[in-house]
Design a protein around this ligand. Structure first.
Ligand code: ZN
Length: 394
């Protein structure tokens, strides 16, 4: 008897295996199962969607908008989501959004509705009248048709999928992209605002900044760390192996050589960030230009240095350089005016904390974001891992 059962079970498995080995047949079986759960037997989903697209594209054509296309991946995802509902007329649109945004992080433009009507033609008319189909920000339509008692219904999803953010493409073609926040991992849309010259990208979900971009003198956006070049101050006098003397020497060289560029900020070009070699060749720059030059030249001489962006209680928005040798850290102001023969005086970060309030830091490798929960506050340690969260800069 046991042997007979075993043979029978084996036999059934062989039959099932044979049946599902044909993928078209397996799909049919899955389709029958879907239809039982959905209460949508015999509906040709592709034909329904094609008629829905024709109806909405008539509306769009009248308004001079490009036609919507099908998106088979979103179509399939909506169908899969539908199988988790016994009554599609009561489907949770919020749940559907969550599912789609999770599966398609680029789908930053989404709108969905559930429509019901006794007739197919009525459904297509309601779709054509749905005001969102005339919104130019969408470029695809996906539908899931179903039966609900004597009525017919459909779930309709308008979407536009954005490509992942890529600085090179953004500089070349512009447009919108999606970006995943490195802090909270949620995806959101990004548009490079070409009117502004410095962009601190903030996550709309967790509100934390995650990137600093600035336009160079050719109008091309670069990440802040990419402004470092490894620039050596020309004809740098030898200061022996005292790193503190080298630091003061490089700082003095930048202060003596570069004039502070006053108000060119009314022109777009004036707000652009310069590369260290450009600042040196122009012998002029504003606070971030000279702070980057100074930090870059210190790095090139083997001294740890970062650029700080933030607030100065006397100046307002400001950028400065900070340097570290062993456990000592200094704020190096790069816009000081030196008198002849004068040498700048080193000021420790603790001493300068009442005046300088950093918000972001960067060096040639990374960006660092304030991580101590403070805003508009001084800082007594620009290298503290507890106070600064690093993000890859390149
Ligand atoms: Zn976030």
């Amino acid at each position: 008897m046991i042997r007979f059962t075993a043979i029978a079970v084996f036999g059934i498995l062989v039959i099932l295996g044979y049946w599902f080995s044909d993928s078209a047949r397996a799909r049919n079986v899955a389709g029958i199962f879907d239809e039982l759960v959905n209460g949508s037997p015999g509906i040709d989903q592709d034909a329904f969607e094609a008629r829905a697209l024709a109806a909405v594209n008539e509306t769009r054509g009248e308004r001079g908008l490009p036609h919507l296309k099908a998106d088979t991946q979103i179509h399939d995802a909506v169908a899969r989501y539908g199988t988790t509902h016994s009554r599609l007329s009561e489907l949770s649109l919020e749940g559907l959004f969550g599912r789609l945004q999770n599966e398609f992080p680029g789908a930053q433009f989404l709108s969905a509705t559930v429509l019901l009507d006794p007739r197919d033609e009525g459904l297509h008319q309601s779709l054509a009248d749905w005001k969102d189909v005339a919104d130019p920000q969408y470029d695809t339509l996906s539908t899931l048709a179903f039966r609900d008692g004597l009525r017919k219904g459909c779930v309709a999803v308008l979407a536009r999928r954005l490509p992942p953010f890529d600085l090179e493409t953004a500089n070349r073609d512009g447009g919108r992209f999606f970006q995943r926040c490195p802090h909270c991992q949620k995806a959101h849309a990004v548009l490079l605002d070409r009117q502004s010259q410095t962009l601190i990208l903030n996550c709309p979900d967790c509100r934390q900044p995650y990137d600093v971009l600035a336009a160079d003198t050719e109008g091309k956006f670069r990440r802040a760390p990419d402004f470092f070049e490894g620039f050596h101050i020309p004809d740098q006098p030898k200061t022996g192996d005292d790193p503190e003397a080298t630091l003061v020497e490089i700082w003095s060289a930048v202060l003596r050589h570069c004039e502070y560029e006053y108000d060119r900020t009314s022109t777009r070009k004036g707000e652009a960030w310069k590369l260290p070699s450009q600042t040196w060749n122009d012998a002029a720059g504003d606070c971030e230009d000279t702070a980057i030059l100074l930090a870059d030249a210190l790095n090139a001489a083997g001294i740890e240095a970062r650029v700080a962006i933030g607030w100065n209680i006397h100046i307002g928005q400001h950028a400065w350089c900070v340097a570290r040798i062993d456990n000592r850290q200094w704020v190096l102001e790069s816009t000081l005016q030196l008198k002849d023969g004068e040498t700048p005086e080193l000021r420790t970060v603790v001493n300068a904390a009442g005046e300088y309030q950093p918000e972001q830091l960067f060096d040639r490798e990374r960006l660092y974001f304030r991580h101590d929960g403070k805003e508009r506050a001084g800082c007594d340690n620009y290298w503290s891992e507890a106070k600064w969260k690093p993000l890859p800069g390149r």
